[in-house]
Design a protein around this ligand. Structure first.
Ligand SMILES: Cc1ncc(COP(=O)(O)O)c(C=O)c1O
Length: 444
């Protein structure tokens, strides 16, 4: 595909692989109730109800969820120490929080919210179709031996850069399903090893994520005993993520944060295919409307959402089409072509997209560990770039001006969504820290 992007202030930086901020100046819809969107906002509330119904079952299968009432949830942490290390000490940055999805129980990444939800909702459907479960019956029946025997006749397949595979694999095996995980070339070996240890079949592809997903989808289409979790198209995944918005809203209230037109909420979300950040952003829009400003963050060589949105095209555009490599250490974001479903939903809702360099991800990983005691993987720190772009860059100032927020900076709350890391083996984490430490020293 030959392609040219329309002129915009971020275009040169994007094409040169330099960090940049692209602002979405396209037409906005009148909030998420807009009938032109392919989904309905009531689906966010339905997902929350489903999660509540699943909680006793999840708790019975994963004892670590007992203290959380069976919910897959993470802490909201005020970044009181980290903000200084990141250069965000001034009052202009308002309050800065970390949403700690890197510590999410069961699967150790934001993908737990989507992957576990979809697998468990499929189990509910199978339970009902087979007569094991009445329509409103107790879901604990799905932990029975007869349910396991039923689930054992099915395989759950997924294509992944790593973390979705882990979350789907863990959820599938916990209920007795077979699990087949197609991993792209970027997937880290420890994620593969962990899946194999739990009895999943792992198919390693030499190709990128898009090709791995295509392969997995084609395989599944040929076999009715395979259920395919489609990271590019799944609404179940999307709405599984969206329930995080309600969780965040309650935590912000608890922290004394009020969100309204004069007290904006900025949320920065690492983006690969777009499902996880899209689902969360959509859920946040359902709650906060125009008062929340959602930005995706991507690696400079894998900015698939930025290329897509900037192009304005209804056809999918990949980072290869504009001469970028899709090479990054941030494996969760090593995606060349975003989901067309998510692109369509987010086009009128997203505030903008920013890009970051790999070296910065490692530097921030080190700072997050030593200032705030967090264990993150490189993809997970991408959101740390957000406040600087908004407060310090020309583009950020243009955004604040366009939204009447120039004098509201100090009243803002910024949420840096950290998306994975708890499961990274110590040896691998030490090597991340080593790289981060050397970079942090150079920058100091
Ligand atoms: C740690 C981490 N952050 C962010 C993402 C991006 O999520 P999505 O691909 O749904 O955009 C991923 C995806 O695997 C991930 O593993």
């Amino acid at each position: 595909m030959t392609f040219s992007l329309p002129d915009s202030p971020a275009k040169d930086d994007l094409l040169a692989g330099r960090p940049t901020l692209w602002l979405n100046t396209g037409p906005r819809c009148a909030g998420i109730t807009d009938s032109s969107l392919p989904i309905r906002s009531t689906q966010v509330a339905e997902a929350e109800t489903n999660w509540q119904r699943l909680a006793p079952l999840l708790q019975s299968i994963f004892p670590q969820l007992e203290a959380l009432g069976g919910r897959i949830r993470s802490e909201l942490i005020e970044a009181d120490k980290l903000r200084h290390a990141l250069g965000y000490s001034a009052p202009d940055y308002g309050r800065i929080f970390i949403k700690a999805d890197g510590d999410l129980p069961v699967a150790g990444s934001i993908k737990a919210r989507g992957g576990i939800y979809e697998v468990f909702m499929f189990a509910v459907r199978l339970g009902q179709e087979s007569g094991l479960l009445d329509k409103d019956g107790d879901l604990l029946a799905l932990a029975s031996e007869s349910a396991r025997a039923l689930f054992g006749q099915y395989a759950i397949a997924v294509g992944s850069t790593g973390n979705l595979g882990l979350s789907v694999g863990i959820a599938a095996r916990s209920l007795g399903f077979k699990a087949v995980v197609h991993m792209s070339t970027d997937a880290k070996q420890w994620k593969v090893d962990r899946l194999i240890r739990m009895g999943a079949e792992v198919v390693r592809h030499k190709s990128d994520y898009t090709a791995a997903v295509d392969h997995a989808r084609n395989n599944a289409a040929a076999d009715p005993a395979i259920y395919f979790v489609d990271d590019e198209r799944s609404e179940l995944l999307f709405f599984g993520y969206s329930a995080a918005a309600q969780e965040l809203a309650a935590q912000l209230t608890e922290a004394g944060v009020v969100v309204d037109a004069g007290r904006p909420l900025f949320v920065y979300l690492p983006c690969g295919i777009g499902g996880a950040p899209g689902g969360v952003a959509y859920g946040l829009k359902a709650i906060f409307g125009d008062a929340v400003h959602c930005f995706f963050v991507e690696p400079v060589q894998s900015p698939c959402a930025m290329v897509q949105m900037m192009s304005g095209s209804d056809e999918l555009v990949s980072v290869y089409d504009v001469g970028l490599t899709n090479r990054t250490e941030a494996d969760g974001m090593a995606v060349a072509r975003m989901s067309s479903f998510v692109a369509k939903v987010m086009k009128p809702l997203l505030s903008g997209i920013l890009t970051v360099e790999d070296d910065d991800l490692f530097c921030w990983l080190w700072q997050a560990h030593f200032c705030q005691g967090l264990q993150l993987e490189p993809s997970a720190t991408a959101s740390f770039a957000g406040p600087s772009f908004i407060v310090n860059s020309h583009q950020g100032q243009a955004y604040l001006t366009a939204h009447g927020l120039v004098d509201k900076s100090a009243l803002a709350a910024h949420v840096l969504w950290t998306t994975g890391g708890a499961f990274v083996p110590q040896e691998q984490f030490d090597s991340f820290l080593k790289r981060g430490a050397s970079l942090a020293r150079v920058q100091a």
